[in-house]
Design a protein. Sequence first.
Length: 89
Amino acid sequence: MHESFIAVPIVGMLFIGLPWLIFHYVTQWKKNGGLTVEDEKLLDDLHEMARRLDDRLGTLERIITADDPNWRPRQAPDRSHDNDWRRDA
């Protein structure tokens, strides 16, 4: 008798609760799956800001190198062409 009181909730959770939980979160993931327009705009703004900061850093490094060529042990590679990857896409 005591085992049936334990078995009924376990069977209910297994065959009703677990599928409901899985289907609930699957529908939530599908509903919220993509980026919103605001998210895409924010990503574009952040990318543009990162590109400008990289350009500024390159300018500062060129100025410092022109002033003192030995300010660092080795010269960093020129990465100005790395910013063109987005234009190709």
